[in-house]
Design a protein around this ligand. Structure first.
Ligand SMILES: C[S@@+](CC[C@H](N)C(=O)[O-])C[C@H]1O[C@@H](n2cnc3c(N)ncnc32)[C@H](O)[C@@H]1O
Ligand code: SF4
Length: 383
């Protein structure tokens, strides 16, 4: 540790209700006998303490913290601040650390944001998804169409300079016009960052069952590609630059509004994941926690980390991951990181218009706009 930036991810596995498209590790309060949101803070603080003891004198200051979920903002703001305080006292927050929480629009208000801001949070990422009520209904979202934009403005008024919105395109039944309205609505909030994800119909979800029974029809790839380009045009016109396939942010010389925590994932830096199902990556090791909150509590009560599995990464694993992750970034991948066996394919991809020719002459692999639409294919071709 210490040779790369160090982040901490805190997974809050609770949501007031379950959205039909979501397969994240999350539970509705009352669904589990052996765990509830009430024990989350004590468990997270215990986990941080054990992690700190294990790391010993090698701890490095924490550059970024990210509370994700689930719905972190289902917990009282004081709970999130208590966990952040524990991170600071156990590890030490680096000066200027980025501290983000994901937030569901219906679960936050001015008082909540004020408490987070005074407690040291610097960034809020709101799950807006859509501005169309029929799309929100298909996604089982419980907030009204305007709620996310209002929440973004409230966060700004509470002193959050960094406000991000998550959008989803390609929900069954969504029209181009509804997507255009969602893009425009998001931009009226003047966010510093937007993530726009193509809806994935995840196996095992309620939405997957609705699709297989014929009750819902997923959007086809051409529709998804068109919606991606609509978003890219609108965000770019509004001064947000793409910096990862699904992410746009205000730029600036220091890339000021990029999500530094997520950049840590894409650069394969070090991070420690706290909470049920959280994944960690430090040096050449990766490990992941038990998904069940009750199972995690039981390990922590024994004074043990709730680790379900781990793996040591070989040099070739790391090189492969580097290609997969960095190719998705606007900064691109240095040509010499591509395995020599695959390097002959680079020129082919550039000739097909998927890699930027002018960047290639500088020894850097950067996706073109068409390349971003086919990013998975480019990655597969080069790995
Ligand atoms: C897992 S959620 C957690 C944050 C918060 N609970 C929320 O719903 O906004 C993080 C983001 O993942 C995205 N997401 C979740 N499931 C998805 C899916 N099946 N396809 C595309 N995006 C998805 C949503 O945009 C969401 O904002
Ligand atoms: S999308 Fe967000 S609110 Fe919905 S179930 Fe998943 S984590 Fe919870």
């Amino acid at each position: 540790m210490g040779s790369r930036p160090f982040g901490i991810y805190v997974h809050v596995p609770w949501c007031s209700s379950r959205c039909g498209y979501c397969d994240f590790n999350t539970y509705v309060p009352g669904a589990l006998e052996s765990a509830s949101p009430n024990t989350f803070v004590a468990d997270a603080i215990a986990e941080l303490g054990i992690a700190r003891d294990l790391i010993g004198g090698r701890a490095v200051p924490v550059s970024t913290v990210f509370f994700g979920g689930g719905t972190p903002t289902l917990l009282p703001a004081d709970d999130l601040v208590a966990v952040l305080d524990a991170i600071d006292s156990q590890f030490g927050l680096a000066r200027g650390a980025e501290v983000t929480t994901e937030a569901n629009p219906e679960s936050v208000d001015a008082k909540y944001f004020d408490r987070l801001r005074s407690g040291g949070f610097t960034r809020v990422s709101l799950g807006m998804q859509s501005a169309a009520s029929s799309v929100l209904a298909t996604l089982d979202r419980v907030h009204t169409p305007g709620r996310a934009v209002d929440a973004a403005r409230t966060a700004r008024a509470s002193g959050f300079d960094e406000v991000s919105l998550d959008l989803i395109y390609g929900a069954p039944g969504e029209t181009d016009e509804q997507w255009r309205q969602s893009i425009e609505a998001a931009l009226t909030a003047d966010p510093t960052h937007i993530s726009a994800y193509s809806l994935i119909v995840e196996q095992g979800t309620r939405m997957a069952r609705q699709v297989s029974s014929g009750a819902l029809f997923p959007a086809d790839d051409d529709v998804l590609a068109h919606r991606y380009l609509m978003a890219d045009d609108a965000f770019t016109d509004a001064g947000l630059e793409w910096y990862e396939v699904s992410n746009w942010a205000r730029g600036g010389v220091d890339g000021s509004s990029f999500c530094r925590h997520n950049m840590g994932y894409w650069h394969n830096d070090d991070w420690w994941g706290v909470g049920p199902g959280a994944h960690s990556h430090v040096g050449n090791y990766r490990w992941w926690n038990h998904k069940h909150p009750g199972r995690c509590s039981a390990s922590l009560a024994e004074g043990e980390l709730p680790i379900a599995g781990s793996e040591a990464l070989t040099q070739s694993d790391r090189e492969l991951e580097d290609v997969m992750l960095r190719l998705r970034l606007a900064e691109g991948l240095p040509l010499d990181r591509v395995n020599s066996g695959q390097r002959h394919r680079v020129q082919e991809l550039a000739s097909d218009g998927l890699l930027d020719e002018s960047q290639l002459t500088r020894g850097q692999l950067v996706l073109t706009r068409n390349g971003r639409l086919l990013a998975d294919l480019v990655v597969r071709t080069l790995t």
